[in-house]
Design a protein around this ligand. Structure first.
Ligand code: FO1
Length: 307
């Protein structure tokens, strides 16, 4: 269906993970690399948690809890109940099965193994053959400068305070992407920016040294995370108003990525809001697994047509 030898997806959040699942069904594992946001990472209960990496791994493994949008299906929360009884923070719910991931990862990092290395180990154990690369092997935290609660760590902003109004987004920590991520971008014939929040899922990746210029030098397609003026999930519509002063629409996504894009995939009916850029209008709100593969095929065909 596509002659692209190497496809790279920039992904964060639930939408990015679902589209990654679609691509993984239509592009051979050797020809697809996922570069995943780690700006959402946090230390919780003394464990190193990587929400976007875990959501991608669990989704590709077919074990994600689709209703919740994060964590594992058939999950129990016995440890959470125990932690709550001890007065430990319970605003970020780590499930019992999910904890195994955080324990293995935290132990590996404590021994000095890299995040890339332990991610590879976790993917292999989950039967995920597609390459899943963290954007960084060192901490690069997304901080939200909120209007009314000062500077907030990402999960405190998103989950604990339920995404209050945003004044600015900052990235803290070394801006060093992993060598593997840069090599994947160098080898890419097509780069896809998933239907993720540009500010807190994609910009953390683009902000890393050497990434933006590599993306700018390759054919790059983005999928709009805004459908008919609303975010499929999360606070993006409000962030577009607060940060860009723009009405939430596919056009605002095109403006945000600017010159990086060779094309934009939008929900059918949203095409007119995008200027001076090849646009594909289709059904972008993904249902189950086959629907994700359908969308991935359409995106690859759209990209072929732009060659
Ligand atoms: N999101 C919530 O809204 N509430 C939670 O308690 C929560 C727990 C959680 C645990 C592990 C994990 O990997 C993700 C979790 N998320 C939770 C989602 C997470 O905040 C977001 O998926 C990403 O950080 C943004 O894409």
């Amino acid at each position: 269906v596509s002659t692209f030898r190497n496809v790279v997806l920039l992904s964060g959040g639930v939408g990015g993970a679902r589209f990654a699942h679609g691509l993984a069904q239509v592009v051979d594992a050797e020809r697809l690399t996922l570069i995943v946001n780690t700006g959402d990472d946090l230390v919780h209960w003394g464990l190193y948690v990587c929400p976007d990496l875990d959501t991608v791994m669990y989704t590709l493994a077919g074990r994600a809890d689709e209703a919740r949008g994060w964590g594992l299906r058939d999950e129990t929360f016995g440890v959470l109940d125990g932690m709550r009884a001890f007065g430990a923070p319970d605003w970020f719910a780590l499930g019992d099965r999910d904890l195994a991931t955080h324990l293995v990862r935290s132990e590996a990092l404590a021994r000095g193994r890299s995040l890339s290395d332990v991610t590879q180990q976790l993917c292999a154990a989950l039967g995920v053959r597609t390459r899943v690369l963290p954007m960084c092997d060192t901490p690069r935290r997304t901080l939200i400068e909120s209007c009314d609660h000062g500077l907030l760590a990402f999960q405190e902003w998103l989950v604990k305070l339920r995404a209050p109004r945003v004044k600015a987004v900052h990235f803290e920590g070394a801006d060093t992407p992993t060598a593997a991520a840069l090599a994947a971008l160098d080898a890419a014939e097509l780069i896809v920016i998933g239907p993720s929040n540009p500010y807190v899922s994609i910009d953390p990746i683009l902000s890393l040294s050497g990434v933006r210029e590599r993306v700018a030098s390759k054919p790059t397609i983005a999928l709009s995370p805004i459908v008919h003026g609303r975010a499929v999930k999360g606070p993006l519509a409000e962030m577009l108003r607060e940060l860009a002063g723009s009405a939430p629409g596919a056009g605002a996504i095109a403006v945000h990525y600017g010159e990086l894009l060779s094309g934009l995939v939008v929900e059918r009916g949203d095409e007119a809001s995008v200027r001076a850029l090849p646009v594909l209008g289709t059904n972008t709100v993904m249902g189950g697994s086959t629907d994700r593969a359908r969308l991935a095929r359409e995106v690859l065909q759209f990209a072929e047509g732009l060659k």
